[in-house]
Write a protein that binds this ligand. Structure first.
Ligand SMILES: *[C@@H]1O[C@H](CO)[C@@H](O)[C@H](O)[C@H]1NC(C)=O
Ligand SMILES: *[C@@H]1O[C@H](CO)[C@@H](O)[C@H](O)[C@H]1NC(C)=O
Ligand SMILES: *[C@@H]1O[C@H](CO)[C@@H](O)[C@H](O)[C@H]1NC(C)=O
Ligand SMILES: *[C@@H]1O[C@H](CO)[C@@H](O)[C@H](O)[C@H]1NC(C)=O
Length: 961
């Protein structure tokens, strides 16, 4: 239907005016002028209204695009300027060939006195209120303003449109209505869609609805509707409305959900055919209310908190074709659960979604549901193998069994020759991929990632898959992919993931034939090849996500020749961990990118100074390359930048002062360069969000500015191995984030969540950083736990250790080694209860060792080469650090082989002395054996899957059905 509508629109747009004689002109002059004025106030960048104009050959406004006149009266009766993007999506070029209309909706529309139909959906009115005057277009029967970016109160004037049959104001997320009283005047209304407008204050909406005697379709999903006490439900309803479709999904009903379903069942005189109530609360077993709804065809109760099984009355629901009970707590074995879906329903059911429940047991025979088109059982606990004949479903279009524990081989699905969507990812399937899958020529999406598939896939397997848009075979580490380098596939993919398969050693040559790829992940795929020259032109045409990391790709990166940025999206580029070289001037075109990771390659040259209007970049990783020269001044314009890694290059010069503008920075790692200058005052003054500051192994000099104490969120402060002099500021106790002792249990990495909100199987270490830990370089990654470290070692610091440093009770590591510090060790050092690593070696510290130190269970203690004196406190803990005390000539007592004056001869532990290690290492050193974690709390990519997912869904699901 949509297609036909579009076609007629196109025909009108293409209509040739030449053959028209003046005598045929029907358009009324007043209406023509009104339409021209209407156009004048709009902004039409893509020329959708180009057939509208003053020119002589455009005289007849009845022939203008989107304008329809009455055959007899010639009045304009219909204005259809719907800009639904799916109509304008060019799959071949993977972009949208239109721009929505913007501007002002002119009151000149009032001149169209006979207007019956007005559709401005999907245009962009840029947050203005819905015009009140529309309420005066009193002949209107159809008003569609879906998703048109209106804002503010819905004018109650619309209540004057007494002839209205259909009203759609949905998906104007910023529109609201305090009361739906105006709706109750629309006596003829048959269709009402206010979904995704805010009706949270419209508490009497049921009263308004109860007056709609003609209503057939009522769509109020995602309106913020709250519980209504059943006592205030309108009781006088004339239970004979023709209501058939009711959508109240995603509101905030918690206790009145069931009562509402009863009320509407009564209101519709038991005539409901479609009920959508998902996303509200209705905990407990599936209620009986549906038993009497014999006409019910579609029932959606996902995410309502349902428990238990499916009651046996479902078997008799003759007309039920669509059942969505996903995201609940349904439990029991699959065979038990589906047992009650026998009887007439089993031949009727076309769509069954039981995904994301707690269904267990082995996979049972589903073949009796002979009409099934869509079967979703993902995210359950199904185990066992899928036996032959269990999925003999001739009408099947979509099958999703992902995220279960299915074993055995991939089932033979040759019986389902219409299958379009197959998701078996994240199971334990083994063996080879059956050839029969390759013969499913209607297949659009093939997702079998994260299994244990073996064997070799060649072009023969895929040669029939001409419709394929999405392919994910990733994380099948034994799966080999081998293609003839000259193969030209019949498909044009949008989404491709082959990470962690055996794809190399050659680059995937058929990639060059793919013109619409938006998402490419061929990381960790054992590619050791030169980067092909076609890569830039063909592949990188319009990507959203491009990841070739962790291969052995060599050669000079050719850059990207085309930067197409419609629709504007966040882009992610990851070339890290390869052997790619060349300059990075191509980055200058990367204006709308979100995340760039070029780390661990051989890129060289200066970092170009071209970032002045980069507003989206939030993550930039250029670490471990051969960059030289200065950090460009224009970095200061990267206003969204959160994480910046430049470590291990040969950068020189000072940190540019423009970087003081980067107030969103959470992490800076510029360690291992030749940067110089004083540590800038503005770091502490302006970059107040910083959690990690790593300047180590550079040539910074001067003293530590007191402003650094302003970094109240700091968790890692590493200024080690510079030429910093002066004293340690007395204000370090202000490091607020370090004043709390964190939960001791080190969290394990959650492999199921990913930064994309998409189960990638492995967490992408975007937020990782490195620092020195007990003499080794250690990597820590984002997310859960907390690490707090101050490392000022290897500088020229003088003066005393500030005693208030002991307020930082969250500290895990403290390293002041190799400076010129003097004075005593703070006597309440024992307060640092989280400490695991303490190194004060090679200073001039004097005085005695505080007794409190014995209360700490340190992994490493090093106090060597100071001027400490007196007796080592005779606490067993302190005797375990073998070499912690050497080079302090005036220390005595155990474990040193030197007795103190007046003591007995020292007790010699027979086991000590053999250990040549400088420190005692605990066997289960949790900090080194595991990876470190730090809570950066950066939720910055959350939106990514949102955008991409919506697009995929539109294209995959709506586009093809
Ligand atoms: C108007 O004319 C068109 C084309 O001649 C015809 O298809 C349509 O049915 C007519 N409509 C009315 C209301 O007469
Ligand atoms: C709902 O009412 C509250 C309290 O009067 C008000 O603060 C809020 O802005 C209203 N929200 C909407 C969407 O009307
Ligand atoms: C079931 O649907 C058919 C049409 O598909 C209809 O004729 C019949 O009345 C419906 N049954 C009930 C009980 O509503
Ligand atoms: C697949 O796994 C099952 C057990 O899960 C095992 O019995 C079978 O031999 C495996 N098949 C192959 C081909 O590896």
């Amino acid at each position: 239907m949509k297609f036909l509508k579009l076609l007629s629109l196109l025909l009108l747009l293409l209509h040739s005016p030449k053959g028209d004689s003046a005598s045929k002109i029907r358009c009324l002059e007043t209406e023509r002028q009104a339409l021209l004025k209407f156009k004048h106030e709009l902004v039409d960048t893509s020329g959708r209204l180009s057939s509208w104009g003053y020119e002589e050959h455009k005289r007849d406004c009845c022939k203008w695009g989107g304008v329809y006149c009455d055959n007899e009266t010639s009045h304009v009766i219909r204005l259809d300027l719907n800009a639904d993007p799916t109509r304008y999506y060019d799959a071949y070029l993977a972009h949208f060939d239109y721009a929505p209309l913007k501007g002002n909706v002119s009151t000149s529309l009032l001149e169209l006195r006979q207007l019956q139909y007005l559709d401005l959906s999907y245009n962009d009115f840029e947050y203005v209120p819905i015009p009140k005057f529309i309420g005066s277009l009193n002949k209107l029967r159809y008003l569609y303003l879906h998703s048109a970016n209106f804002w503010g109160p819905i004018p109650h004037h619309l209540g004057n449109l007494s002839k209205l049959l259909a009203l759609d104001l949905s998906s104007n997320w910023n529109c609201y209505s305090e009361s739906l009283d105006w709706v109750s005047h629309l006596h003829s209304l048959e269709f009402l869609d206010l979904s995704s407008t805010n009706l949270s204050n419209a508490t009497t909406c049921l009263q308004a609805v109860s007056k709609l005697n003609s209503i057939r379709t009522l769509l109020l999903s995602d309106c913020g509707l709250q519980d209504i006490p059943p006592s205030s439900f309108p009781s006088k309803i004339n239970a004979s409305t023709p209501l058939t479709t009711l959508d109240l999904a995603h509101n905030s009903f918690k206790v009145s959900t069931l009562a509402l379903i009863y009320w509407f069942s009564n209101f519709s005189n038991n005539g409901l055919t479609s009920i959508y109530f998902g996303g509200n609360r209705m905990p407990g077993p599936l209620p009986d209310v549906f038993a009497s709804m014999t006409s019910l065809a579609r029932l959606s109760l996902y995410e309502t908190g349902l428990e238990g099984g499916i009651p046996n009355y479902f078997g008799n629901m003759n007309n039920l074709t669509y059942l969505d009970l996903s995201g609940n707590n349904l439990s029991g074995e699959l065979s038990e659960l589906t047992m009650n879906l026998s009887g007439p329903i089993q031949e009727k059911l076309e769509h069954l979604n039981l995904g994301d429940n707690s269904i267990c047991g082995s996979f049972s025979n589903m073949s009796r549901f002979s009409s099934l088109q869509d079967l979703y059982l993902s995210e359950n606990q199904l185990n066992g193998s899928i036996l032959k004949g269990y999925l003999k479903l001739p009408h099947l279009l979509e099958l999703d069994l992902s995220s279960n524990k299915l074993i055995g081989s991939v089932p033979d699905l040759s019986f389902s020759s219409s299958l379009e969507y197959l998701a078996l990812d994240d199971n334990k399937l083994n063996g080879t991929l059956p050839e029969s899958i390759g013969r499913l020529s209607k297949l659009r999406a093939l997702f079998i990632a994260s299994n244990s598939l073996k064997g070799t896939i060649t072009e023969d397997f895929m040669s029939n898959l001409s419709q394929l848009w999405g392919l994910d075979l990733s994380s099948n580490p034994s799966l080999i992919l081998k293609f003839n380098p000259h193969w030209v596939p019949l498909f044009q993919l949008l989404y491709l993931r082959l990470r962690h398969c055996i794809l190399g050693p050659h680059f995937l040559s058929w990639l060059k034939t793919q013109r619409q790829l938006s998402y490419i992940d061929i990381s960790s795929a054992r590619i050791s090849d030169n980067i092909p020259s076609w890569f830039a032109e063909n592949v990188a045409l319009d990507f959203i996500y491009l990841n070739v990391s962790n291969n052995q790709i060599t050669g000079v990166f050719p850059g990207f020749s085309i930067f197409n940025s419609s629709p504007p999206t966040r882009r992610i580029l990851d070339l890290s961990r390869n052997d790619i070289s060349g300059s990075i001037n191509f980055l200058c075109h990367a204006r709308d990118w979100d995340l760039i990771d070029l780390s661990n390659n051989h890129f060289f040259g200066h970092i170009p100074d071209c970032f002045s209007d980069f507003e989206s970049l939030r993550f930039l990783n250029l670490a471990n390359n051969n960059f030289s020269g200065k950090i460009p001044h224009s970095f200061g314009s990267l206003s969204a930048l959160s994480l910046l890694y430049l470590r291990n290059n040969s950068l020189s010069g000072e940190l540019p002062t423009s970087m003081a503008n980067l107030t969103n920075l959470m992490m800076i790692d510029v360690g291992g360069n030749r940067l110089t200058g004083k540590i800038p005052y503005w770091i502490g003054d302006q970059l107040s969000e910083l959690k990690v500051l790593i300047l180590r192994f550079n040539e910074f000099y001067g003293s530590i500015p007191s402003s650094l104490c302003g970094l109240v969120h700091i968790q890692i402060l590493d200024l080690s191995s510079n030429k910093i002099s002066g004293v340690i500021p007395n204000c370090v106790y202000q490091y607020f984030a370090m004043t709390e002792k964190k939960n001791e249990s080190m969290p394990i990495m959650d492999h199921n969540t990913s930064i994309y909100g998409y189960p990638l199987g492995e967490v992408y270490h975007f937020q990782s950083a490195y620092f020195m830990w007990k003499g080794k370089e250690v990597k820590y990654v984002n997310n859960l736990g907390l690490v707090e470290i101050i490392d000022l070692s290897n500088n020229n610091l003088v003066g005393q250790i500030p005693s208030n440093i002991t307020k930082l009770v969250g500290l895990v590591g403290l390293n002041f080694s190799t400076n010129n510090l003097s004075g005593p060790i703070p006597c309440n050092i024992g307060d640092l209860k989280s400490l695991d690593f303490l190194d004060f070696s090679r200073n001039h510290l004097s005085g005695s060792i505080p007794v409190g130190l014995g209360e700490l269970t340190l992994g490493v203690l090093n106090l060597s080469y100071n001027n400490l004196a007196g007796k080592i406190p005779p606490i067993p803990q302190l005797q375990t650090y073998e070499s912690a005390y050497i080079g302090n000539p005036d220390l005595c007592g155990c474990p040193l082989n030197k007795s103190c004056p007046g003591d007995e001869s020292p007790h010699q532990d027979p086991n000590s002395g053999n250990n040549a290690m400088n420190y005692k290492e605990f066997e289960d050193d949790k900090f080194v054996t595991g990876e470190f974690y730090i809570a950066l709390g950066v939720g910055f990519l959350v939106g990514f899957w949102g955008i991409f997912g919506t697009m995929l869904k539109t294209l995959f699901i709506e586009g093809w059905r």
